[in-house]
Design a protein around this ligand. Sequence first.
Ligand code: C2E
Ligand code: CA
Ligand code: CA
Length: 554
Amino acid sequence: MRDLFERTILIVDDEAINRDILGNIIKSEYKVIYAENGKEALEIIHSNGTTISLVLLDLLMPVMDGNEVLKTMNEEGIITDIPVIVLTSEKSSEIESLKLGAADFLTKPYDLPEVILARVRHSIQLFENSKIIHATEFDKLTLLYSPEFFFEYASQFDQRFPDTVMDAIVINFTRFHLLNQLKGRNFGDEVLNAMADGIRKVLLKTGGIAGRNEADYFYLYVPHQNDYGIFLDKINEALSSLLKPSETRLRLGVYSDEKHSFTMLQRFDHAVQACNSLRSKTSGNSDICIYDDMMSEKEVFDAHLLQDFEAAIEQKQFKVNYQPKFNIKGDKPVLCSAEALVRWVHPELGFVRPDLFIPLFEENGLVTKLDRYVWEEAARQIAAWKKELGVTIPVSVNVSRVDIAAPDMIDFITKIVKENGLSASEYMLEITESAYTADSKHIIEVVKNLRSLGHKVEMDDFGSGYSSLNMLTSMPIDVLKMDKAFIRNIQPGNKEMKLVELVLDIAKNLGVLVVAEGVETEDELKLLKEAGCDIIQGYYFSKPIPPEEMLRFV
Ligand code: C2E
Ligand code: CA
Ligand code: CA
């Protein structure tokens, strides 16, 4: 495949006559471009990147000489991407250039043309061979391109057809890891192979190339399409002998670049972003997402939030609100605790919802600083209520899985609880369900320790993602919070309601309390009460409120 592509050689010499001599010799086999001095050469290298296969570099030149070019290429790490042959008339300067990473040298006056061509070929060949040792062309499992070669060929495609509008496409199998876990790796491999077969079939129609990157991410570079359904159809077809349609969820992200204004990697980053934006969608047939300006707006918005984070902490722009939870066992609902929920009152953007910044800060590791701020604030609030109202309102705080990774997490909690004169039972922690499946060993360890200190631990968002009912039996928790999406669809006797009843039943047997969150209507409340649910949180009773408003529920 590589030989289909003409290689480009850059000749750098200040004397026109020398450029012509060399150029005439090699232009029969290579595309030749020229520069008159080192500065110009670097500019060309910077703008053409790895599409240059070799540089023939004169040493003595005005403006910027050859050794300086070599030095810069070294500093910028370009020397490992492009081989350089130096052109020199004095033998003595060779040593210096070779030290600086030159691959070979040609002495002036030049040898026979055949000799020069042979050395040029030889240098390119050597260099390309050594690159191939480092990267194999095909992914062993699927025989699509490996990532390195995929990106290389995609770039070469642009070089050859600069006017063709191309799509960067990323296709992923949603929750592939679960498939691996449930049915074994060999089965997972079969699925990936079938996906690759499907992709090959589509490429026969659309043209273009495909590679595999990180497990179940497939990358395609194809001429611009109007309809991407065909990609998913063909892959689904190829998967149909292995999986039921209900077990298969593919998602596809696209970035079309008309202006070639981004690098190849950036274009695929955008496609991945589009693809991943579909990750949390649970219904509908919107398994295709085209990267658009909304998304770059989101990037700008995210960057804004990241930049403002430190100042926001310092200036106390983060406010903690509390949403009450009620025990509904008796005739009248009784306030039993509250959940601390953070809000950002941003001086320019106004009120920013936590789901806009929490996932972002989780990615960037900032969430731990924010959470500890919230945890401390909550501890202080429990103490303040005790003092003002004379009652304890236990509070649960949200714990991100990133927080749990910090070795001093428990020390920190112990410290703030002690500093505020609280007992551990007044301070509860909500850990989202997906954290348990992600790194269960460590989490279970931490949860056990927290409970042995007297804290109650709630499993948050149960039913929103990866949970299985039997997971409950192995998790050391005190409280289970059923996700609001779960609650939203309950009707007397329907599937969701039966599931709720089943969860309540299992929880009761395990001695675990159940909180239903996101309860908005009286009907929902009634159904849950009848089913034996103990605790309710939701707009039906109250939205999250500032701490001073809690008074009215006491
Ligand atoms: P979550 O932990 O599941 O919190 C419950 C969310 O449901 C809250 O959204 C709450 O306002 C909302 N909610 C409560 N009742 C109802 C209802 O009846 N109907 C509907 N539609 N929604 C209801 P909020 O405050 O926007 O928080 C969103 C998520 O952000 C939280 O989900 C939690 O995952 C995260 N979060 C909030 N505060 C913190 C924090 O301090 N630390 C961490 N790590 N995450 C936080
Ligand atoms: Ca929560
Ligand atoms: Ca929740």
